[in-house]
Ligand binder design. Structure first.
Ligand code: 13P
Length: 255
C-alpha cells in the first residue's frame, strides 16, 4: 500500500495572521518543487486561517490547511468555540484533534476527541487525531496499552471508509518541545500498534490506508530516521514548523 507522506506544521499559539502569510510564502519558495511527492499542511491559529486560505487560493499553492481544534456541534451557545462548518467554509482540509496540550490545559477527553473526530468527518474534513503517553506511562511499560485505549475510544463509531482516511499523530508527551525523542524503532512500534488497532476495529484495508504520523521534537536532523520506518507516514511538527527553512528541510527529508 502506497501511503502518501504527510508533513503537517502545528503552529500552536504562535504567529499573527500577517506573520503566518509570510511564513507560508517563504515556505512555498523552498518546497514548491516537492509537493507533488509529499503532502504539506500548515495549521495556523484560528485567527490566521482566513488569510492563510486566501494566500493559498490566490497564489494557487498546493499546500493543505488545517485548524488546531474544533467543537463538535454545528452551531450553538458555546462562547469562544468554532464549529466544523466554519472551518470547512475557510477551506480547511484537516483539523488537529486531541493534542496533548488540549487534553492537559483544556480538559479534552477521549470522549470529546471522538465527538470532534466524527464532526470533522461529517463536515468533509480530515481529522489528525493525536495520541501519546506521559513519561510515567512509558516508564511503567504501559505505553502500548494506553495508546491503544486512546485510539479505540477516539476513533470509535466511524465507517471503514472514514477510518481509512483518518490521520493519527503519535506524539509521546515527554518528547514534545523537549528535544528528547524515542528511537525511530520505538516510535514505529507504537505506530504499528496503532495501525493494528485500526485494523481490529475497521479491517485490514483501513489499517493499510490510514496514515500515522510521528510528532515530538522532529527536526531536520532526525526526520529522515523516523520517515524510514515502515509504519510512520510523516510528521506533526511543532517548533521546527515555525521557520520556513527548518520546516522545508523536514519536508525534504520525506522525499
Ligand atoms: P515539537 O515539534 O515542538 O516538539 O512539538 C510537537 C507537537 O506538539 C506537534 O503537534
Amino acid at each position: 500500500m502506497d501511503r502518501r507522506m504527510l508533513i503537517a506544521g502545528n503552529w500552536k499559539m504562535y504567529t499573527t495572521s500577517g506573520e503566518g502569510v509570510i511564513l507560508i510564502q517563504d515556505l512555498t519558495e523552498l518546497v514548491r518543487d516537492h509537493w507533488d511527492s509529499v503532502e504539506v499542511v500548515v495549521c495556523p491559529p484560528f485567527t490566521g486561517l482566513k488569510a492563510a486560505s486566501t494566500v493559498i487560493e490566490i497564489d494557487r499553492l498546493t499546500i493543505g490547511l488545517g485548524a488546531q481544534d474544533v467543537h463538535w456541534e454545528d452551531e450553538g451557545a458555546f462562547t469562544g468555540a468554532i464549529a466544523p462548518r466554519m472551518l470547512a467554509e475557510l477551506r480547511c482540509d484537516y483539523v488537529i484533534i486531541g493534542h496533548s496540550e488540549r487534553r492537559e490545559y483544556f480538559g479534552e477527553t477521549d470522549e470529546t476527541v471522538n465527538r470532534k473526530v466524527k464532526a470533522t468527518f461529517a463536515a468533509g474534513m480530515t481529522p489528525i487525531m493525536c495520541c501519546g503517553e506521559t513519561l510515567d506511562t512509558r516508564e511503567n511499560m504501559e505505553t502500548e496499552s494506553f495508546v491503544r485505549g486512546q485510539v479505540v475510544s477516539g476513533a470509535a463509531d466511524l465507517s471503514a471508509e472514514q477510518a481509512a482516511r483518518l490521520v493519527i499523530a503519535y506524539e509521546p508527551i515527554w518528547a514534545i518541545g523537549t528535544g528528547r525523542t524515542p528511537t525511530p524503532e520505538a516510535a514505529n512500534d507504537v505506530c504499528r500498534t496503532i495501525r493494528a488497532t485500526i485494523g481490529a476495529m475497521y479491517g485490514p484495508p483501513a489499517a493499510m490506508s490510514c496514515r500515522i504520523l510521528y510528532g515530538g521534537s522532529v527536526k531536520p536532523e532526525n526526520a529522515k530516521m523516523f520517515f524510514a520506518e515502515p509504519d510512520i507516514d510523516g510528521a506533526l511538527v511543532g517548533g521546527a514548523a515555525l521557520k520556513a527553512d527548518s520546516f522545508a528541510d523536514v519536508v525534504k527529508a520525506a522525499l
